[in-house]
Design a protein around this ligand. Structure first.
Ligand code: K1U
Ligand code: ZN
Length: 175
């Protein structure tokens, strides 16, 4: 069983940095980190988790968007890139493990073409749509220091961030 990692919450500045690309020399570290990130994601539970959310300054994320009841389909995406996005968009509710219990409808491209490296260093390219495309975009945002609330108006963003701060404070005081 992998050691679980702590998921950061705002205002931790590590959530707001642009992460650096994974280099060849990071291979061993990335293998262990990805394993721990997957264990942390499944335990949360969530469908994605990006390295900056666990304090790691690296461009990598994990995701599993398998349908309920289907076998697990863990993926590790290294140095991911969004190549193309559809003009067609979808409005759908999002959550974030770094913003526990906060949700909002966010509009994003419905379909994307994406590229990344897998754990063996092989280049991968795929067209993703619906939840897979949304999760990829949400996680890619994390690598650029962007949270889903940044896609909302400043008023709604601040409402959510203030509510979260209040809830986290109450939780800490209850301990
Ligand atoms: O990056 C993260 O914070 C993980 C986040 C990913 C995500 C959720 C929704 C839309 C796009 C990206 C989550 O996994 S939040 C939890 C969640 O969505 C979920 C939890 C349990 C079952 C199913 C979904
Ligand atoms: Zn998130």
């Amino acid at each position: 069983m992998s050691e679980l990692l702590t998921i950061l919450t705002p205002p931790d500045p590590r959530l707001r940095r642009k992460a650096r690309p994974v280099a060849e020399g990071d291979a061993d570290r990335v293998r262990t980190l990805a394993e721990r990130m997957l264990a942390t994601m499944y335990a949360a539970p969530g469908i994605g988790l990006a390295a900056p959310q666990v304090g790691e300054d690296l461009r990598l994320f994990v995701m599993d968007v398998a349908e309920k009841g289907a076998p697990p389909a863990p993926q590790v995406l290294i140095n991911p890139e969004l190549v193309e996005a559809s003009r067609e968009t979808e409005l759908r509710e999002e959550g974030c493990l770094s913003l526990p219990n906060q949700y909002a409808e966010i509009e994003r491209p419905y379909r994307i073409r994406a590229r990344w490296l897998d754990l063996s260093g092989r280049r991968q390219e795929a067209v993703l749509e619906a939840l897979a495309a949304r999760c990829f975009q949400h996680e890619l945002d994390h690598l650029d220091g962007i949270l889903f609330v940044d896609h909302l108006s400043p008023l709604r963003r601040n409402m959510i961030l203030r509510r979260l701060a209040k809830e986290l404070k109450a939780k800490a005081q209850a301990r």
